[in-house]
Design a protein around this ligand. Sequence first.
Ligand code: HEM
Length: 145
Amino acid sequence: MDAKTHQKLVELYKSVELLPTDQEVEDKKNGKRKRKVPLQHGHSQLDWVKKHNAIQSNTLYQGHGKIPLSEFKKHNTVQDAWTVYKGAVYNITEYFTYHPGGDTELARAAGHDCTKIFEFTHSWVNFESMMAKNLIGYLIPDDMI
Ligand code: HEM
């Protein structure tokens, strides 16, 4: 990839990036952590792993996996949630009822690049392995399609 394209992609991810709020940064400094929420029976992390192992991988968006920004941004609700993690786009809709931090927190990721806030909140969680089969493509600018 040439330097210009690289720069364009960096700017693209920034345009949808979600950062922790000042309050969240402050709370973390003071050792204050957000609570986990109670999940429904059968929705533990182990249940997610089992379900994830059993499902088929998502097919890539339109076969090629190149997702223009304007398309990505449409998927910003709990019922239809896409997120970017390290440049890759994942459909996280199915994970909502399994997220230990609750659906309100996870909803913040929908339609955004959640890389930074994800690492800020739980750097020990392995996003790629948990969501491997929900990978649907890679974010690109509208004019690169
Ligand atoms: C905007 C994005 C997200 C936010 C703000 C967020 C927030 C949180 C919060 C507040 C907790 C509970 C506190 C804690 O355990 O320290 C949590 C737990 C957790 N979240 Fe997220 N989350 C996000 C995205 C995700 C995603 C996409 C995944 C899966 C790939 C995920 C997986 C987990 C797991 C596995 C835990 C439990 C951690 C543990 O047991 O130590 N989260 N999240």
